[in-house]
Design a protein around this ligand. Structure first.
Ligand SMILES: [Mg+2]
Length: 250
């Protein structure tokens, strides 16, 4: 009997499954491409305001017409091999946006109709201590989730700090998940020593009360979390990942 208990992922929709940026560019006929959209407010650099950008999304049907990314079905199939999926998405101010997002997930066969496997709202970080990993294309959402003590994976897109990984989006997500899964927590209150410099600094804005790990540095569990890939010491709560090359202090 298979007694494996599937863990749960919180999966963002826009920018991960739904091509929101492509849709907004096409709707407006803007003179730039998805690939060129290299920051969250890229439209402003071309003189377009936020109000202009959002206006056509409030017609009661715009969200339902978004195209899925080519990778969407493959990503979901891969994640579902090992995890249950809860879709986690924030609506805009259009009163019908939330229901359109649900319909969109069902329309494309990503979510079973009536399953209720979604959370709709912008406060994703409130799930951080649930043990569920968040996958999201927003630097801010990922930062908030991690800062609240959770584990989150930044889905590579041209507008976020993983833009250098856009050609290996699925590989990145899977490898980060595997890294999380293989993490060996150290006992509470133990002290660990960094075996080598961990100077691969990401640019997520992790600059508050955190430091780069240096060989020989000591940390006490419960004051330090290391996230695979970023290799930052994060002063939140306690677990270390072996990819960061720490060992228990004798
Ligand atoms: Mg998103």
């Amino acid at each position: 009997m298979d007694t494996k208990i599937m863990k749960t992922l919180l999966l963002d929709v826009d920018g991960v499954l739904a091509n929101f940026i492509g849709g907004i560019i096409q709707t407006h006929g803007w003179p730039f491409t998805h690939k060129e959209f290299n920051c969250w407010d890229y439209h402003r650099t071309h003189g377009y305001t936020d109000e202009e950008m959002w206006e056509p999304t409030k017609d009661g049907k715009w969200w339902l017409g978004l195209d899925p990314y080519d990778h969407a079905a493959d990503l979901l199939a891969k994640l579902r091999e090992t995890h249950n999926i809860i879709f986690c998405t924030a609506p805009n101010s259009d009163a019908t946006c939330a229901s359109q997002k649900i319909q969109w997930l069902e329309k494309h066969g990503f979510m079973e109709p009536g399953s209720g496997d979604y959370q709709i709202g912008k406060h994703k970080h409130l799930n951080a201590m649930s043990g569920c990993v968040l996958i999201d294309d927003s630097d801010e959402n990922v930062w908030r989730y991690r800062h609240a003590g959770g584990r989150a994976i930044l889905f590579p897109q041209p507008w976020n700090d993983n833009r250098g990984l856009v050609d290996c989006q699925l590989t990145h997500v899977v490898s980060e998940l595997e890294a999380y899964e293989s993490g060996q927590p150290f006992p509470s209150k133990s002290r660990v020593v960094c075996k080598r410099d961990s100077a691969e600094i990401d640019t997520l804005g992790w600059s508050h009360g955190m430091s780069v790990c240096r060989a020989g540095d000591e940390y006490q569990i419960e004051s330090c979390v290391l996230t695979p890939g970023s290799k930052w010491a994060v002063m939140i709560t306690g677990e270390l990942h072996p990819a960061c090359d720490f060992e228990a202090k004798a």
